[in-house]
Write a protein that binds this ligand. Structure first.
Ligand code: SF4
Length: 181
């Protein structure tokens, strides 16, 4: 099976609601999005190694992503009781990211280099070692979120013809940039 077929088949088996392989060139990056990170609404700014400023400049992350020609877009759509309830949406996001890591573990032997962009910051440790002033124990496992990459997710949804906003549900996205072995 071709690599891209394997990626799509694995995404299907893992239960993603939408999955597509696109050209990375189809993505829009807007470095001005960093100002939203800086407002620190999510509380992760300067508190998580996968977030700004520790993750690197927007251009740096964008350049890393653009170095890959192809990207697997992954989406889950999950019913939510209260979209304003952070603990509820955080748990759904954690599940989405765990599914993304499961996919990566399943296909790691078949892809060459890869770079994940997740639905939120790295959640491996709680709290992140950055908050404690310690070194990250899992630098190879940490991944930044689509916001840190400054990906325009609404434009991505439109390009892929998949939902961006869903009434009564929450849609999370992640991207696996990859290259052939
Ligand atoms: S692995 Fe732990 S310390 Fe490293 S970025 Fe993730 S949460 Fe922070």
């Amino acid at each position: 099976m071709r690599l891209e077929e394997t990626l799509l088949q694995t995404a299907k088996e893992l239960g993603f609601d939408n999955y597509q392989v696109i050209d990375t060139a189809a993505l829009h990056f807007d470095e001005r999005f960093r100002m939203y990170c800086e407002t620190n609404y999510c509380g992760n700014y300067d508190n998580n190694y996968s977030c700004p400023p520790a993750c690197g400049e927007a251009k740096e992350l964008g350049d890393k992503a653009r170095a890959f020609e192809r990207a697997l877009v992954l989406q889950t759509i999950t019913p939510v009781k209260d979209i304003t309830n952070d603990s509820e949406t955080k748990e759904i996001k954690r599940r989405h990211n765990q599914m993304t890591w499961s996919l990566i573990e399943s296909v790691a032997g078949e892809v060459g280099e890869y770079l994940p962009a997740m639905a939120g910051p790295c959640q491996i440790c709680s709290p992140c070692a950055k908050e404690l002033g310690k070194d990250c124990p899992f630098p190879q496992k940490r991944a930044s979120c689509l916001s840190a990459f400054c990906v325009k997710v609404d434009a991505l949804a439109e390009y892929c013809k998949i939902p961006y906003y869903c009434e009564g549900e929450v849609a999370f996205f992640s991207i696996l940039f990859f290259q052939q072995k």
